[in-house]
Design a protein around this ligand. Structure first.
Ligand SMILES: Nc1ncnc2c1ncn2[C@@H]1O[C@H](COP(=O)(O)OP(=O)(O)OP(=O)(O)O)[C@@H](O)[C@H]1O
Ligand SMILES: [Mg+2]
Length: 338
């Protein structure tokens, strides 16, 4: 359904010079740098899949989504959505897809939400039963009527986002691109948006591509995760596979008496190769160890020998920790080719 082949996007940015005079000079200068926002991204999202497209700030997610939705041309490479090249065939692509950019509105700024929906109904030529079915669903989950006749520009961020997500799905698109759709939403509304996306996916088989920094969005919506780092995809698979691929695991322990936590951390890091330790609470310490070099058993044996333990557990790796480690990796060639 959504295919990217060696997708590259470069931006030309004027080279800035320091100071006011430098800034003015920039206006007339022809010097520029090339920023490679997306550098050779390839992936394939099958119909009906709910894929999370995640990565650190600036990793190139929104830029990829812009190319997939026809907002921008790729510098090189190719992408298709439902067989169409979005930037070549914007009109037909628009009929197939829904888009939410959390940072930018798709609605008519001066009109109340209800009017925007009526316009969208005309634009997409949505049949009556479909329109009524969808509006009833949005009313049930998102309480859209409560937005009343207030123009979009006066809505709170959370109120607007409810309307944005609903608007993107109104015409039963085959694929929906949600770029940070829950940004600014409270917990209850986040749940409602997740439920809406899941229900639409279950009932209509809508393909979902979602970017989010919210772990809850990823775990409650997505069955696949694509991780992008420094402009390239470094992992595609299920959340479970991503967790299993973790090259670092943790052992958490608590102890009494003996060295203070700073000394304890120094001892652990000095004696166990490749290990980092940090204090979580007073005498509770988290030890991160590389799975390639040590086992939980070895780490625990060391701790038993050197500390008077009152608790010791080896928790399952959690998504947040695994992602944090991937995001903090330096730019390197693609580690896991997709
Ligand atoms: N129009 C532009 N001109 C120049 N550089 C740009 C432009 N758009 C994006 N970039 C740069 O491209 C890189 C990727 O940006 P992008 O918005 O795709 O990141 P992102 O992964 O969506 O980040 P975030 O999680 O913060 O939304 C960044 O370094 C950004 O500064
Ligand atoms: Mg973004």
């Amino acid at each position: 359904m959504i295919v990217a082949e060696d997708l590259v996007k470069e931006f030309k940015v004027h080279r800035r010079r320091p100071g006011l005079i430098g800034s003015l000079g920039t206006l007339f200068s022809r010097e520029h740098d090339i920023v490679r926002a997306v550098s050779g991204v390839s992936f394939r999202i099958l119909p009906g899949v709910r894929a999370a497209y995640i990565g650190a700030n600036g990793a190139g997610k929104s830029t990829t989504v812009k190319m997939l939705t026809g907002v921008m041309n790729p510098t090189s490479g190719r992408c298709t959505v439902a067989g169409l090249e979005p930037y070549r065939d914007r009109r037909r692509t628009a009929a197939n897809i829904g888009v939410v950019f959390g940072q930018r509105s798709q609605l008519w700024w001066d009109l109340p939400v209800a009017d925007s929906f009526r316009i969208l109904r005309r634009i997409h030529d949505i049949p009556d039963p479909v329109y009524r079915r969808n509006m009833a669903l949005y009313q049930e989950l998102l309480d859209l009527d409560a937005l009343g006749t207030t123009p979009v520009r006066q809505l709170s961020l959370g109120q607007r986002m409810r309307a944005e997500v609903a608007a993107s799905l109104l015409h039963d698109p085959a694929a929906v691109f949600l770029d940070e759709p829950t940004v600014g939403l409270d917990l209850v509304l986040k749940e409602a948006v997740r439920e809406l996306v899941n229900r639409v996916n279950a009932q209509l088989g809508t393909t979902v591509m979602l970017t989010s920094h919210d772990i809850g969005d990823i775990t409650s919506i997505c069955d696949q995760v694509l991780v992008v780092n420094h402009g390239a995809v470094v992992h595609q698979g299920t959340v479970h596979e991503l967790l299993r691929a973790a090259d670092t695991r943790a052992v958490v322990f608590e102890y009494q008496d003996g060295p203070d936590p700073h000394q304890a951390i120094a001892l652990i890091e000095a004696r166990l190769p490749g290990v980092t330790a940090r204090q979580s609470e007073c005498r509770r310490i988290i030890v991160d160890y590389p799975t390639g070099r040590l086992s939980a058993r070895q780490v625990m044996a060391f701790l038993l020998e050197h500390f008077d333990l009152t608790d010791c557990v080896a928790p399952e790796p959690d998504l947040e920790t695994v992602l944090r480690r991937i995001y903090t990796r330096r730019a390197e060639p693609r580690e896991v080719p997709v």
